[in-house]
Ligand binder design. Sequence first.
Ligand code: FES
Ligand SMILES: [Fe+2]
Length: 394
Amino acid sequence: MLAMTTTKRPVMTIAKLDRPGNGAWKHDDPETGYTLPSRYFYDPELYEAEKQTIFYRTWHLVGHVSEIAEPGQYVVCDVFQQSVLAIRGHDRVVRAFHNVCQHRGHRLVQTRRGRLGAVLTCPYHAWAYGLGGELRNAPNCEGVKGFSKSEITLKPVRLEEFAGFWYVNLDPDAEPMAKAFVGAEAEIRRYCPDLDNLRLVHEKDYHVAANWKVVVDNAIEGYHFPLSSQYHRELADIIDYDRWDPRAHGNWWVFKGPPKPGLTQAYGKPIGNAVYQTDWFFNLNLWPYNTVYVFPYADFFGTFLMMPAGPEQALVRCGYYRPDRPEPDLTKAAMDWFGNKLAVEDIELNVGVQQGLRSFGYDQGRYMIDPARNNTSEHLVHHFHSMVYDAIHG
Ligand code: FES
Ligand SMILES: [Fe+2]
């Protein structure tokens, strides 16, 4: 159990003292409750606790199966300083290893993706590993007393395929994804029939000056859609926003909405005969931050990863995947609209929140929970905060 700490200068008003923020956070009643106290969004001690209790125990999306399709192909996934390499061997088996040489600890590969030949060679003293992790050669090892190559292997990491993507987990005893996320794969496949036939077309990283939870909070409520800036209002305009349905299923949560009836344009282009996977808006999150989505009338599948990069820094990584067919103009416009317009508006909102969370004039706010858990309701934010708090405090 982590000791509760308060680093913010206390504001001694009656209202502040009345709120459940100075001791344990009360979160059993979302309809009357207050948000997770601000210190959870910048306190370095709580951030360290999140590493141990959340990120070193949960699943992290590495890449689509097509990115590790051939022998030697690899993708690297970093979880803080823990770098993990997922690679297909010449026996065609995909494995994951800690990305570290067993000699003096040099990182083995430095690039996010690549393709190796017969062996994986450390850049420092050229120890060479087979793609199954076994040490094949260590220069001059013949004269080293008691040195046995067969006793040295790369250290394995849990790896699973789930809904068309590879995921890793630093906890060897982690619950399998099929058990942790019951029902999620079927839900994803419902809205993305091309899931197994995708190819990565683009990946973009955003460095956001906000705690990772600020980014997640913003990504799981539709309350702000019709109320904030231009591209958010455009999003609310292309979905049947009144039928937008945000829903939690334990470790995963989903929000989706059908298209607005009678729409002829989207993302500034005519819909016409455009090819698309679905006309629905669909967004599904796997605890703690892995997100997959499809946008109405767009023929691409997106990944949206909101990774912590410091107590008040997040790395938002957007992957764009497409089926193997010509790219419609509408799809191109949708990817540009999402990555360069909507995402930019969201980043500004995230940074603005992070700045405010540091204020002596704020600690917690009310969740705007609609009794019907409808489009504007923030019940998923409460659900997510509760998961974070329970993970940290046991
Ligand atoms: S650290 Fe890798 S070979 Fe020496
Ligand atoms: Fe947003």
